[in-house]
Write a protein that binds this ligand. Structure first.
Ligand code: MEV
Length: 429
């Protein structure tokens, strides 16, 4: 990838954009062939993926542009139905790249499996019995899924907790075993579920209790990804608003979200506007990512912001995000859905760790896009501008005509294809 900065991409036709991907970014016709097929996910494949299939369901796939992450260029496929999201992410990525790009990092990819044991005659004795056999249990878990060990991962550690020990607890006492598994490039649900199911009988024997649940935890707080950006205020100036105004507005917006769950939910929804489309485009389980992200936003005891925004000593705006990211680049739909395969290759992603970092960088960009708009003109102006542009394009406008027609539609307060067609005809005369 030469550069993810492609001026004028939004003004091109879909066909021109595809051609550009081939010519400028080095994708072959073969690599992009699925973009041209009406039904890239065939009914046959869909029928093997889930039950009771009667069809497939499509979403627009747009490209988030301008992303520079740890010095690497990314064009980022985003599958989403909501207008403005892709434009806003690309707009912020353009600003951030001018100040050095996003810096990201990720922890090891350790996912958690849980085993629930109830009815132990003595919970402390049961806990000791399990911990005494820790090594044997880890080995048994790995024996149940040897291929992950061969790939350099596997079960590594174990912890045991006793829940509801207090005598006045509303709920029954239980012992919960956590097994920590490095799932490498897989999201890991199958690996972990196989492991916990296979060692459950040993756990039952050791604890003299009864095992009920054996399942992966989607609270993947040992599989985190982080992104950071630092932006000089001058780069944030927009219209009549100074960069300092925008910076301070973003920080006030963050403080609002950090102190009020009513705002935090919307603030975080805006972050997931960036995260989900990449998770979906790469064939990953967005419900797992959503559940983990929202739980992580509550880790300090109340629901808060998934990002932080502050000012450094030089007056720069500093944005940070840290989230659990239970995604994969192998297994599941990532290698079955043709568009997921294409999305991963477009980003030139080499590992799940790398994908996780790209995803949180998009989330951070999306958040800043929303907060910058909210702290200045509000979001409707941008929405209307974009909407009127797509109406102009749908009415047949191209090149410089698009902006002229779009502006006229806004001025007339008639953002309709019919009106746009009239204006296109007038313009041509
Ligand atoms: C709309 O999809 C997302 C926003 O509401 C996010 C936010 O308020 O921060 C604009």
């Amino acid at each position: 990838m030469k550069s993810s900065r492609i001026p004028g991409f939004y003004n091109m036709s879909v066909e021109q954009r595809r051609e550009l991907l081939k010519k400028e970014l080095g994708f072959s016709s073969e690599e992009l062939s699925d973009l041209y097929i009406n039904e890239p996910l065939s009914i046959d494949t869909a029928d093997k993926m889930i039950e009771n299939v009667i069809g497939t369901f499509q979403l627009p796939l747009g490209l988030g542009l301008n992303f520079l992450i740890n010095g690497k260029e990314y064009v980022i496929p985003m599958a989403i139905e909501e207008a403005s999201v892709v434009a806003s992410a690309s707009h912020i990525a353009k600003i951030v790249r001018s100040s050095g790009g996003f810096r990201t990092e990720a922890t090891e990819r350790v996912m958690i499996g849980q085993i629930q044991v109830v009815g132990c005659p003595d919970f402390q004795t049961a806990k000791r019995a399990v911990l005494n056999e820790k090594e044997a249990l880890i080995n048994a878990a790995n024996a149940a899924y040897p291929s992950i060990v061969n790939r350099g991962g596997g079960a590594q550690d174990m912890e045991v907790r006793i829940l509801n020990e207090e005598s006045d607890s509303k709920y029954g006492q239980m012992l919960v075993l956590h097994i920590y598994v490095d799932t490498c490039d897989a999201m890991g649900a199958n690996i972990i579920n196989t492991m916990v199911e296979s060692i459950a009988p040993i756990v039952e024997e050791l604890t003299k209790g009864k095992v009920y649940l054996r399942i992966l935890s989607n609270y993947a707080d040992k599989c985190l990804a982080r992104a950071r950006c630092v932006i000089p205020p001058g780069m944030l100036a927009t219209g009549d608003y100074s960069g300092e105004h925008v910076r301070d507005g973003v920080i006030h917006a963050y403080e609002f979200a950090a102190s009020d769950p009513y705002r935090a939910v919307t603030h975080n929804k805006g972050i997931m506007n960036g995260i989900d489309p990449v998770v979906i485009a790469t064939g990953n389980d967005w419900r797992a990512v959503e559940a983990g992200a929202h739980a992580y936003a509550s880790r300090h005891g109340s629901y808060g912001s998934m990002t932080t925004w502050s000012k450094d000593n030089d007056g720069n705006l500093v944005g940070e995000i840290e989230l659990p990211m239970s995604i994969g680049t192998v297994g599941g739909a990532t290698r079955v859905h043709p568009m997921a395969k294409l999305s991963l290759s477009m980003m030139n992603i080499e590992s799940a760790k790398e994908l996780a970092q790209v995803i949180v960088a998009v989330g951070l960009a999306q958040n800043l896009g929303a907060l910058k708009a909210l702290a200045t003109d509000g979001i409707q102006k941008g929405h209307m501008a974009l909407h009127s542009r797509s109406v102009a394009i749908a009415a047949g406008a191209s090149g410089e005509m698009i902006d002229i027609i779009a502006e006229k539609l806004i001025e007339l307060k008639q953002i309709r294809v019919g009106k746009a067609k009239e204006l296109v005809e007038q313009y041509k005369k």
